[in-house]
Design a binder for this molecule. Structure first.
Ligand code: UT7
Length: 332
């Protein structure tokens, strides 16, 4: 019997309208367009403005785009996984809110908290439900409303992140395409370098935590940078090697968009040129779990059936990983 794999059969995405440029950030913190561009590659990012609008808004719009493009009836969806670290509320899961809003009334749903690697963790677990034969249609969303947890007086973090979400549909196939392999890692000793100090059960919200500005991203940037460069490149090289992929047979690298210098280092390690590296960091910044599905959304028209894509990410946790996907369709 032929092996059942999970094919990505559609991509949807959504970024909010408001564009926060480096120029505008120059008026908010002591920084320059030149510093941000040369140190990160980012020119602008999108921000979800408005009261009472959470990451669910991004996820709902991404899934609606996906369902419209694939013409799939939401009632056929079996499972929705939402990778995010900026859930609307601590509970219920934002995936539940999205499922109901898009009419996926027969789906069950849950959130996946793996920071910047969340989409790859979600993609791999979503694919497993398909490979096991349990489900026929799984949606994996990656998205974050990072503006909700950024300190816009801290120039070391507020310049990097933005808001956005992407979503993919997974369906079974017996063709030689789909999610082929994955290497996923986590290491809790990374906690001290990248976290949010308060608002969880260890340090619940209080007047003190608010006054101490502890409900924002805390990051030791240069330490995280070093771990990211090494680990993202390592897993990318490993997954290429164990699947006999070379610079010639890799069609695309889809790397987490945290910093152009980390992306370049990963591409160099795998030995591929810029023309094969998906990149949109200059327009969206780092949308955490949103970066990789938003890359697929932006590059979908260029992708061809059989393309070998290596997706790679590194982020808070630490979490990191690489997934090898053989693209399953030509879009026209
Ligand atoms: O996606 C989740 C995982 N996160 C990452 O992968 C992020 C990894 N880290 C990075 O991308 C980089 O470390 C940053 C972009 C966050 C920072 O870049 P860096 O080249 O590592 O800078 P640095 O932190 O070593 O700081 C160098 C200098 C410092 O000044 P001094 O001490 O040398 O005088 C900073 O104060 O740059 C200064 N600086 C800035 N200057 C202008 C830091 N942020 C800014 C800024 N504008 N926005």
């Amino acid at each position: 019997m032929k092996k059942v794999r999970a094919a990505i059969t559609g991509v949807g995405g959504y970024v909010p309208d408001y564009v926060l440029t480096n120029k505008e950030l120059e008026t908010m913190v002591e920084t320059t367009d030149e510093w941000i561009t040369t140190r990160t590659g980012i020119k602008e990012r999108r921000i979800l403005k408005g009261d009472n609008l959470g990451v669910s808004v991004l996820g709902i719009n991404a899934v609606k785009d996906l369902l419209a493009k694939t013409k799939v009836d939401p009632k056929e969806i079996d499972l929705i996984i939402f990778a995010t670290v900026t859930a609307d509320m601590t509970f219920p899961a934002t995936a539940n809110i999205v499922a109901t809003a898009v009419g996926a009334t027969n789906a069950w749903s849950y959130d996946m908290g793996a920071a910047c690697s969340g989409f790859l963790f979600g993609l791999t677990t979503g694919a497993s439900f398909i490979e096991s034969g349990m489900y026929k249609k799984v949606i994996v969303i990656g998205g974050d409303k990072m503006s909700a947890i950024l300190d816009y007086t801290d120039r070391t973090t507020c310049i990097i992140f933005g808001d956005g979400a992407g979503a993919v549909l997974l369906e079974p196939t017996t063709e030689d395409v789909g999610v082929m392999d994955s290497i996923l890692k986590s290491d809790g000793s990374g906690e001290s370098y990248l976290h949010m100090k308060a608002g969880g059960s260890r340090r619940p919200a209080s007047l003190e935590t608010v006054n101490a500005r502890q409900h924002f991203v805390y990051q030791e940037g240069s330490a995280v940078f070093k771990f990211a460069v090494t680990n993202m490149a390592d897993v990318s090289a490993q997954i290429a090697e164990r699947n006999n992929l070379t610079a010639d047979t890799i069609s695309w690298l889809a790397p987490h968009q945290a910093n152009k210098r980390i992306i370049d280092a990963t591409a160099n390690r795998v030995g591929i040129g810029e023309n094969k590296v998906m990149m949109n960091i200059e327009r969206y910044g780092n949308t955490t779990a949103g970066t990789i599905p938003l890359l697929l959304w932006d590059y979908e028209k260029k992708l061809k059936k059989g393309d070998n894509i290596i997706m790679a990410a590194f982020g808070g946790g630490f979490t990191w990983g690489a997934v090898y996907v053989k693209w399953a369709y030509n879009s026209n």
